[in-house]
Design a protein around this ligand. Structure first.
Ligand code: BTN
Length: 326
């Protein structure tokens, strides 16, 4: 009921009477009053005026499941939310839930991770109260070789959501880092559980540097936060709601043709490597060329000096700019 009340208060411009809340939930005035008090204790600014009712005046910057459930209007992305104030890694939690049979679209979100994981065995710093750490569990109905594209779909969804909510330009460094002014604001870690030719589940973990006011040490050369770039704080729940909405829509587009052909313009339009000289760090041998965008399977097309176009597959390869990270 607490979540329901929050949802109604959020959707209502003015006051909503206590009587109306009692009617909607079939409970007593005391029960409504108790739920409102709980919300107040969680930091919601709820005004109560005699003969008028209740009004939501301010929202704390939290990612709790009531906060998210009262916002999300998707068909499936975020249909179940598991929120932890602190956890090891939301990817690990989501994989466990996947083993236990949780539904397609289940989201695990944490305010803090004490063992956040990045790609290539790196760690992901995950302090409390500032950023977004979440993982979405998917049960795709397609073959494992098509799953790689989902990471690019998520990168595009994050870039679009940041632009809509924060009003700032966000780019994508191929294949799946979201960047602002040449520095990383978001990393994505996708993991898959496959049985022979069948995907058990995929988890896509996303870390977004939102309201961090300082990037520690060496990392500040390549990473930044939305706050540091914009000077403004962003409501994390609003941003996460938009990421999930964009992802649900883009996933639908991807699922129709099982490739990125209908998102190529959008993805390449965000690609910060586009038309730039890049160094391809291929374990079989490094080479340089000009990035010409991705193809429908998500491979980066790199034009080498002899005029050939090489397709670079994201798996083991990373790409650097000639003078730094982008
Ligand atoms: C990268 O190295 O760029 C990927 C970082 C992914 C971090 C996110 S935070 C939420 C989820 N849980 C984790 O342990 N990792 C991912």
């Amino acid at each position: 009921m607490k979540t329901g009340i929050l949802k109604l208060l959020r959707e209502h411009e003015g006051y909503i009477s206590g009587q109306e809340l009692c009617r909607q939930f079939g409970v007593s005035r005391t029960a409504v009053w108790k739920a409102v008090n709980q919300l107040k204790e969680e930091g919601y600014g709820i005004e109560a005026v005699q003969n008028k009712g209740y009004r939501l005046r301010s929202n704390p910057d939290v990612l709790s499941s009531s906060e998210l459930k009262s916002r999300i209007r998707n068909q499936w992305a975020g249909s179940s939310i598991y929120y932890y104030e602190e956890t090891g890694s939301t990817n690990i939690d989501a994989k466990r839930l996947g083993e236990e049979g949780a539904d397609h679209g289940t989201v695990v979100v944490a305010d803090k991770q004490n063992a956040g994981r990045g790609r290539r065995g790196r760690t992901w710093q995950s302090p409390a109260g500032k950023d977004i750490y979440f993982t979405i569990l998917l049960r795709p109905r397609f073959l494992p070789d098509k799953a790689a594209g989902l990471t690019l779909v998520m990168a595009l969804s994050v870039a679009q959501a940041v632009e809509r909510i924060c009003g700032l330009q966000a780019g994508i460094k191929w294949p799946n880092d979201v960047v602002m002014n040449g520095k990383k604001i978001c990393g994505i870690l996708t993991e898959m559980n496959v049985e022979t030719d069948y995907i058990q589940h995929v988890v896509i973990g996303v870390g977004i540097n939102v309201n961090l006011d300082e990037m520690p040490g060496e990392i500040s050369r390549t990473a930044t936060s939305i706050l540091l770039e914009s000077g403004k704080e962003t409501a994390r729940a609003e941003l996460l709601q938009e990421v999930l909405a964009r992802f649900e829509e883009n996933y639908g587009i991807y699922e129709r043709k099982l490739d990125l052909r209908d998102m190529l313009g959008e993805y390449n339009g965000h690609l910060v490597n586009m038309g730039k000289q890049v160094k391809v760090l291929d374990p079989k041998g490094e080479f340089e060329g000009i990035a010409r965008g991705i193809d429908a399977s998500g491979e980066l097309l790199v034009e080498t000096q002899d005029g050939k176009t090489v397709k670079v597959y994201a798996g083991e390869v990373s790409v650097r700019g000639m003078y730094g990270y982008v």
